[in-house]
Design a protein around this ligand. Structure first.
Ligand code: ZN
Length: 286
């Protein structure tokens, strides 16, 4: 989720049981049902069309893009892409060290969260180096991958971060900027395509509310990077499935401690996740 990777050094340690990894997804109304597994870059040439395409930096970034649960519940095909496995983050429980071990744990968490959100496409993991996305050699690779993914998926709508990165995390900002470049280039070379790009942001009012609510439980959410309401287009409001969002959050024991989970549970009761999750910054690029 968007803040977890940013504030992890402030977190307390908690232990949550890992889940059964063999659960099979129940079919959604119109989407593709099936067992969720993690796709790799070698799967890019075989990606099927998806109406929606989400480009994230880390596993857990999806948990507050509330719109994702709405789209899936409407039966819309929804492909997710993760630039990194978050291998340079921190296990808040203090159990797993950085690197390959943490990558594996966070990938497993992602699969479990994807089941909670009822993904109708298996998530695609690009496995670029966590924390290095802004380095030219890594960002070159990222834009190549995103371009190839767009060519295969042919999405109608792409969702990613804006300049604020919601938390200011450099990987979020880089992912958003590179996705914007890739969509612009695609639309220029495919004039009939007109892919819409939504850069998800949090506005000042919601950021204040989230800080106040979370502040009851933890100081980990003090550094959100909200955008002013006049920059946020309100036309894409939709209701996220807050129960599913909380279930997904609970599947990331390395990233969310008990205090954060209590905070989100409260926040979702007092604020609609739709406002929080769906506005875009800077308008639709089409
Ligand atoms: Zn993140």
């Amino acid at each position: 989720m968007f803040g977890a990777c940013y504030f992890e050094e402030n977190m307390k340690i908690n232990s949550i049981n890992t889940a059964n990894y063999k659960t099979v997804l129940a079919p959604v109304s119109k989407g593709q049902a099936g067992e969720i597994s993690l796709l790799r870059t070698s799967d890019i040439p075989n990606l099927p069309h998806s109406k929606n395409l989400f480009i994230f930096a880390h596993p857990d970034d999806e948990t507050l893009f509330g719109v994702i649960s709405s789209l899936i519940d409407r039966g819309e095909s929804t492909q997710t892409v993760y630039a990194t496995s978050g291998d340079q983050g921190q296990d808040k429980r203090g159990l797993v060290s950085k690197g390959a071990q943490l990558a594996k744990v966070r990938e497993d968490e992602l699969i479990e969260a994807a089941k909670q959100l009822k993904y109708n496409r298996s998530p695609l993991m690009l496995n670029l180096k966590d924390g290095d996305l802004s380095k030219p050699e890594v960002s070159d690779l990222l834009i190549r991958h995103i371009t190839n993914i767009i060519e295969k998926v042919k999405p109608e709508v792409v969702y990613t971060f804006g300049d604020d990165g919601i938390t200011g995390h450099p990987d979020h900002i880089t992912t958003g900027n590179i996705t914007l470049r890739a969509v612009k280039a695609y639309n220029t070379s495919h004039p009939q395509a007109k892919i819409k790009l939504y850069q998800v942001a949090i506005d000042n009012d919601d950021a204040r509310l989230l800080k106040n609510v979370m502040g009851i439980y933890t100081n980990a959410w003090d550094s959100l990077k909200p955008v002013s309401p006049d920059k946020v287009q309100k036309t894409y409001l939709t209701t996220g499935n807050t129960g599913r969002m909380l279930s997904a959050i609970a599947k990331y024991p390395t990233q969310f401690d008990e205090n954060e989970k209590r905070g989100f549970s409260f926040f979702f009761r007092v604020a609609p996740v739709n406002k929080y999750a769906t506005p875009l910054q800077g308008g639709i690029y089409a």
